[in-house]
Design a protein around this ligand. Structure first.
Ligand code: ADP
Length: 317
């Protein structure tokens, strides 16, 4: 029997819904300058808002003692009224806290007070690839090689830990101040319990949903490879492959595997997209196969990218 590690934080119970605060906690959150983890007596100063999600608001938090800057995901308990919403947060914490890799957002700690649940994460100050693409419209092939390599390496680690992310998308590819990609948001992730296990449902709606997930046929790691195909396409083309004006029509196209790759996309890039978006999950390449694909050797693969790439295409000399 192994004893629990000494500094393990107490389990989250997400107790109480603070009915007295309904309508008000967001304002309290806005005003409060300090956030205290009572369990470890750590005080954070709340800084700028980094982003808002379905449940969470994410702020820059500075540990007053060490001066280290983190991203603090703050989830108001008044919004966690249904049992499955609490379960989602608990699962996210449970899965994410065990992951440690240079291309996965580092998990630092978590705690709760009467109003909120706090998840303290590595801070990715350059936001996400969604923001880059909004500004740039589309990216060059060297940049796509660079970001895809980070994504594959991070995802290979996640899969080795028997976790399927299930919501890989541009908005979950965060960037730090060195333009390194970090996979974020394990809210829809799941752990594979035994070899060959097929998951039948997802508690939520993945953005780049794979056909086998949509059709509830049973899915596994290959659903993440499909999402990578959508991400690669979106980076090169400027919009996702199956985008239409309605979700229903998008789902029809996903099921029919109907998408169009514009002619400016080079042959090696087009070929890799086709492999990643194979309708049958069995036919999609493994992560190792992706990295050895012709696409990565068919042109420049930068070691680093400048933050100026967030606004304008890089000039490689
Ligand atoms: P939710 O689970 O409620 O959807 P997200 O995990 O998507 O919340 O976080 C909300 C937003 O906060 C994200 O879109 C992103 O812009 C920002 N964010 C999340 N984590 C970080 C981080 N580690 N560093 C910087 N910004 C982050």
């Amino acid at each position: 029997r192994t004893p629990p590690p000494p500094k393990q934080p107490p389990p989250l119970i997400i107790s109480g819904n603070n009915p007295g605060f309904i309508g008000a906690p967001d304002q309290r959150q806005e005003r409060c300058q300090y956030i205290i983890n009572e369990g470890t007596s750590t005080t954070y100063i709340k800084g700028r808002l980094l982003g808002k999600g379905g449940f969470a608001k994410c702020y820059e938090l500075t540990d007053v003692k060490t001066k280290k800057v983190y991203a603090g995901k703050i989830i108001s308990k008044s919004r966690l009224t249904k049992p499955h919403q609490k379960e989602k947060i608990l699962r996210e914490i449970e899965l994410h806290k065990s992951l440690k890799h240079r291309h996965v957002v580092a998990f630092h700690s978590y705690f709760e007070d009467n109003e909120n649940v706090y998840i303290i994460l590595e801070c990715c100050s350059m936001k996400s690839l969604v923001h880059v693409l909004k500004c740039r419209k589309s990216l060059t092939e060297p940049e796509v090689r660079y970001f895809m390599r980070h994504l594959v390496e991070g995802c290979r680690y996640i899969h080795q830990q028997r976790v399927i992310h299930r919501d890989l998308k541009l908005g979950n590819m965060l960037l730090n101040d060195k333009m390194q990609t970090k996979i974020a948001d394990f809210g829809l992730a799941t752990r594979v319990e035994y070899e060959g296990e097929k998951k039948m449902t997802v508690c939520g709606t993945p953005n780049y949903i794979a056909p086998e997930v949509l059709q509830k046929k049973g899915h596994s790691y290959e659903a993440d490879i499909w999402a990578m195909g959508c991400i690669m396409y979106a980076m090169l083309v400027g919009k996702p492959p199956f985008e239409t004006s309605t979700l229903k029509e998008t789902y029809v196209r996903i099921t029919a595997n109907k998408y169009f790759v514009p002619p400016h996309v080079t042959r090696p890039a087009r070929n890799l997209i086709t492999k990643l978006l194979a309708a049958d999950p069995q036919n999609r390449p493994t992560l190792d196969k992706i990295l050895s694909d012709e696409f990565f050797a068919s042109g420049h693969l930068p070691k680093n990218l400048s933050i100026s790439c967030c606004e304008s295409p890089p000039k490689f000399t």
